[in-house]
Write a protein that binds this ligand. Structure first.
Ligand code: HEM
Length: 508
């Protein structure tokens, strides 16, 4: 009896000690969390009551502006330096080309992506090129430049894109052509198209997303979900909020982790199939990386970054391009006239040489991205206290963001007609000329300039030309003078782009 009581006492004591220790641990974690949160709030000035921060916190900008980027544009236009501060986000935002050149080239080392950015996208992108600095970035940049810088890469891209257009895109549009009651979401079509193209180009595999008879690939769906949810992390007032939700596996963080698990499984499958098919004599990017990298997770990260780079950007550009063309029939007619002159009225585009002569088409695509850049804002992280060329001081550990969307709408850069869609502004005596990339950082500029620009231009021009020459594409929804974007890493339209398709004529 005595020994039973003593055992009971011992177990009570043990469980009491366990509970006490647990309580102490929980209280310590909670205190540390509160302390860090207070420090964070203090540092980030979350209570700032200036007019801009107040408008941001209360979202009252939405009473006057359709999109957050339109409100930023308004603020930047009215700032004498073309630079503003959002104190509560610890973010300096600029639309000043001199500042952009300074961040992206002159003092590149002081403006890396930085840890806060890597943390936001870390679960999705891992150590992929978009999410790293230093040696990891240099290695991937070098490898990818070797591949993407080859002259033959344009013909390879042209081959892939032409197959996808001829065998999937045109049959899909033809199947709904001249049917007044069938609407097509062109944004969705372009996403499927660019997903197929970038997968074939980067990994040599075909997910067949645009194949009418097949459902949208699980990979593409999870990828959309994960990039949307990752982008939403950047919009929470404090990173603690999403970090706590991640620890507790709650709400959007739970969904994100499920989407990423699916992506991981599928990325592993892509790598496995590529290995099985052999990778030593293949032209795709993954095969090149596989020759040097053995680490499966690192390969997975590389795969995901290239998907992100090449898929949504192209789909976003095509969507706004077709929206602009539907509102500017005179530009559409000028593209068609140029194509008839260069290629021949009833002939197909057959070579990259012909494509190079389509100056008006190239000007139209650049002009469309000036007003609607697929990546509307791009943030860097300031390593050491600095002063930007316009005199703005930036503190170490804060964000510095340049804003291509606002820059495309600045009178100082583009003149008083900056809001008009005018491809002619890119032509001198009928020949396309490049603008200073720091005034037009749509493909970024400086040391981290986009590596896929040439491939993207081949894709954009091929699709635009093939569709415009065959179909008349009419907006199904009533005309809106403003596009409404949904939150994400790249610009995408809320509600897609519903259109009606009519047959035009077929080049033989
Ligand atoms: C219209 C289409 C495109 C636009 C507007 C675009 C724009 C950009 C921008 C703004 C960046 C800088 C992102 C950052 O570091 O924060 C970037 C980087 C990059 N892009 Fe593109 N891109 C396009 C298409 C493509 C395509 C098709 C590919 C691949 C084949 C590609 C590959 C890359 C890569 C690898 C980087 C990372 C460069 C680095 O960090 O050194 N892009 N792109």
């Amino acid at each position: 009896m005595e020994s039973e009581a003593s055992r009971w006492f011992q177990s009570l004591h043990a469980s009491f000690s366990f509970t006490t220790i647990s309580l102490i641990i929980i209280i310590t974690i909670f205190s540390l969390f509160s302390l860090s949160l207070s420090l964070y709030l203090f540092k980030a000035r979350l209570w700032c009551n200036c007019e801009i921060c107040h408008t941001f916190i209360t979202s009252s900008w939405s009473l006057q502006f359709t999109n957050l980027c339109d409100w930023y544009t308004h603020l930047l236009k009215n700032s004498p330096t073309k630079t503003i501060h959002i104190h509560v986000l610890g973010n300096t935002i600029t639309a000043n080309p001199e500042n952009v050149e300074y961040m992206l080239k002159t003092r590149f080392e002081n403006y890396p992506k930085g840890k806060p950015f890597s943390a936001i996208l870390g679960d999705l992108l891992g150590r992929g090129i978009f999410n790293v600095d230093g040696d990891l970035w240099r290695f991937q940049r070098k490898m990818a430049s070797l591949e993407l810088g080859r002259i033959s890469i344009r013909s390879y891209a042209f081959e892939i894109v032409s197959f996808e257009i001829e065998n999937r895109l045109i049959p899909l549009l033809s199947s709904v052509s001249d049917k007044e009651d069938i609407m097509l979401d062109l944004q969705d079509v372009f996403r499927r198209f660019s997903f197929d193209s970038i997968c074939k180009f980067s990994f040599g595999l075909d997910p067949e997303c645009l194949e009418l008879t097949l459902p949208m690939s699980e990979f593409a769906i999870s990828f959309d979900r994960a990039s949307k949810l990752s982008a939403e992390r950047a919009m929470t007032a404090s990173p603690w909020i999403w970090k706590m939700k991640r620890v507790l596996n709650l709400g959007s963080e739970k969904q994100l982790s499920e989407a990423i698990n699916m992506i991981n499984t599928l990325a592993q499958e892509v790598i496995r199939q590529r290995r099985k098919m052999g990778f030593s004599n293949h032209k795709d990017l993954l095969s090149r990386f596989m020759g040097t990298v053995n680490d499966e997770t690192y390969l997975r990260d590389i795969v995901i970054s290239f998907l992100l780079a090449g898929r949504d950007t192209v789909a976003s550009t095509l969507t706004s391009l077709f929206w602009l063309l539907a509102n500017h029939p005179e530009v559409e007619l000028a593209i068609l006239a140029e194509a008839d002159r260069v290629i021949g009225a009833s002939l197909e585009l057959t070579s990259l040489e012909q494509m190079r002569e389509l100056h008006y088409l190239q000007a139209t695509i650049y002009e469309s991205m000036r007003l609607y850049p697929p990546i509307q804002i791009d943030s860097k992280f300031c390593l050491e206290d600095d002063v930007l060329p316009d005199g703005t001081s930036v503190k170490r550990g804060t964000r510095v963001t340049y804003h291509p969307y606002a820059m495309g709408r600045m009178e100082q850069i583009w003149g008083p007609d900056c809001l008009q869609f005018k491809p002619e502004r890119w032509l001198k005596d009928g020949v396309f000329f490049q603008e200073n990339p720091f005034k037009y950082p749509v493909f970024q500029a400086g040391l981290r300039v986009c590596l896929g620009k040439e491939m993207a231009l081949v894709e954009l021009k091929s699709v635009a030309l093939s569709l415009l020459r065959r179909f008349h594409i009419k907006l199904a929804a009533p005309h809106h003078s403003h596009l409404r974007f949904s939150p994400g890493l790249t610009a995408s339209l809320c509600g897609g782009l519903p259109v009606l398709i009519r047959g035009r004529r077929t080049p033989s």
